[in-house]
Design a protein around this ligand. Structure first.
Ligand SMILES: Nc1ncnc2c1ncn2[C@@H]1O[C@H](COP(=O)(O)OP(=O)(O)O)[C@@H](O)[C@H]1O
Ligand SMILES: [Mg+2]
Length: 439
């Protein structure tokens, strides 16, 4: 009995074979390594390319030394190679309009366009947007001169938060305990030009207390679908001591983000954000990162990012049960409401190993030992690394991430630290308290 199933299967295979996909990933961090790892699991993806990539990404993708802001060369490369889809998880190219440039060249790219990326590119734009659409956030004022900012600071309640308007690679936010530090911060920004134009406009806002929570959301311009929650650890040393970094580790889920918090966040923050975008004719297609402070008055937005966070992405992708590329395609096709996104019911702990001295000065070029298979519960994603023959060497501040999963957060933590104890390089530094929740 011939049945159509066999025939269908044959057709299906044919279509499958025709859908050969070449994907270009922009970036060189552990986030991009995790993205390449997730994409490589899809049998449709035949070739992965990265610009510029790193030693870990090179295991999956052909790396090309093109700078992420060199749109002309990236576009020429994409055309020459016949790239079907480009993924840009980095904020600088997004804010500078990489999506608009690729689309103008008829190239498919995943990420928000220049207009939509203002939600991260300008903190003033983001705060005004939240005020307009009634989205809970810290009270604020904006200033474009040193004098008016100082007048405000003189009568403010401390601590006070001062933020440079533009992109500042995580270095443009200052929590000022008193008027002296506010004066010094504003002087550095306005008079000494420490952040260039990005710091000559500032947001001064109320200090919020609570637990921080990262909620990354898939957006297709119409629908917003949150991923599982996460909690980043920014300061370089244990117990949140020392200067802020790009992130020293992350856990998912965030234990403070209860179902009730998630529901309030959806109603008061995520849906109004999407409605606001639509009202402003902003077509946000990509991953919207919503940084929350879970205060006693409910969740409030600390900031939006126009891309998946690093290291949140490294903790979230291993928990994803639905194919990542399928979700990206659903976003691009404005079809998010027609797919189901499934997550593993587990916990993940990601610990970052950094070079001694980071986020200040550090040395590179040390051999990384112990990079091996640590079993199916552990992934190692590389950041600042170089490969020479068969050895890996440090080549950046954040060097690698160990991402471990477990039935509980404690299991995940134990797995992560067990694997980390097998890895070493000269000057390796990591926090020993990732996921040790104290508040
Ligand atoms: N209003 C606020 N109250 C308390 N802490 C804040 C506030 N705004 C920012 N922070 C702290 O500063 C960090 C960085 O601020 P954020 O707005 O996320 O800027 P960026 O990530 O661009 O540096 C936050 O993760 C949070 O810890
Ligand atoms: Mg932030």
């Amino acid at each position: 009995m011939d049945n159509s199933a066999t025939g269908d299967c044959g057709n299906f295979r044919k279509i499958w074979e025709v859908m050969i996909l070449k994907i270009l990933v922009i970036g060189s961090g552990a986030r991009e390594h995790a993205i390449c790892w997730a994409l490589s699991k899809n049998p449709k993806v035949t070739r992965l390319y990265a610009a510029p990539g790193n030693a870990g990404i090179a295991e999956f993708a052909q790396c090309n030394p093109i700078a992420p802001l060199n749109f002309e060369e990236l576009i020429a490369f994409a055309k020459n190679v016949g790239i079907d889809l480009t993924i840009c998880p980095m904020e600088t190219p997004l804010v500078a309009g990489i999506v608009d440039a690729f689309e103008a060249a008829n190239l498919r790219i995943f990420g928000p366009n220049k207009s939509a990326s203002r939600i991260e590119g300008s903190k003033i734009f983001a705060k005004d947007f939240m005020r307009k659409y009634g989205i809970p956030t810290a009270h604020y004022q904006t200033h474009t001169t040193f004098e008016s900012a100082m007048v405000h600071a003189a009568t403010a309640t401390f601590p006070l938060v001062i933020k440079a308007d533009g992109l500042a690679a995580g270095k443009g936010v200052f929590i000022c305990p008193g008027i002296e530090s506010a004066h010094e911060t504003l002087d550095t920004m306005f008079n000494k030009g420490a952040f260039g134009a990005a710091g000559r406009k500032v947001v001064i806002e109320e200090f919020m207390t609570g637990v921080e929570c990262s909620v990354l959301c898939f957006c297709d311009g119409e629908n917003i679908v949150p991923m599982e929650s996460a909690r980043d650890h920014k300061p370089v040393f244990d117990n949140d001591y020392g200067p802020n970094t790009g992130g020293m580790g992350v856990i998912s889920p965030n234990p403070a983000y209860t179902d009730e918090m998630a529901q309030i966040t959806m109603e008061k923050i995520l849906l109004p954000t999407m409605r606001g975008f639509k009202h402003e004719k902003i077509d946000f297609v990509g991953v919207l990162f919503v940084g929350l402070m879970l205060t006693k008055d409910g969740p409030k937005v600390v900031e939006y990012n126009c891309r998946p966070g690093d290291p949140e992405t490294q903790a979230l992708l291993p928990r994803l049960d639905t194919d990542f590329l399928e979700i990206i395609e659903a976003c691009l096709d404005k079809n998010l409401d027609n797919i189901e996104i499934k997550w593993k019911n587990n916990a993940v702990c990601c610990v970052v190993a950094a070079s001694k001295g980071y986020p200040g000065d550090f040395k590179t070029g040390f051999e990384i030992r112990g990079l091996r298979d640590y079993g199916s519960f552990v992934q190692i994603f590389l950041a600042g690394t170089k490969k020479d023959k068969n050895s890996f060497f440090t080549d950046g501040g954040r060097v690698l991430n160990v991402v471990a999963s477990g039935a509980t957060l404690e299991d995940a933590r134990n797995e992560a630290y067990k694997a980390l104890s097998g890895i070493n390089f000269t000057g390796m530094h990591y926090r020993t308290d990732i996921g040790e929740i104290k508040n």
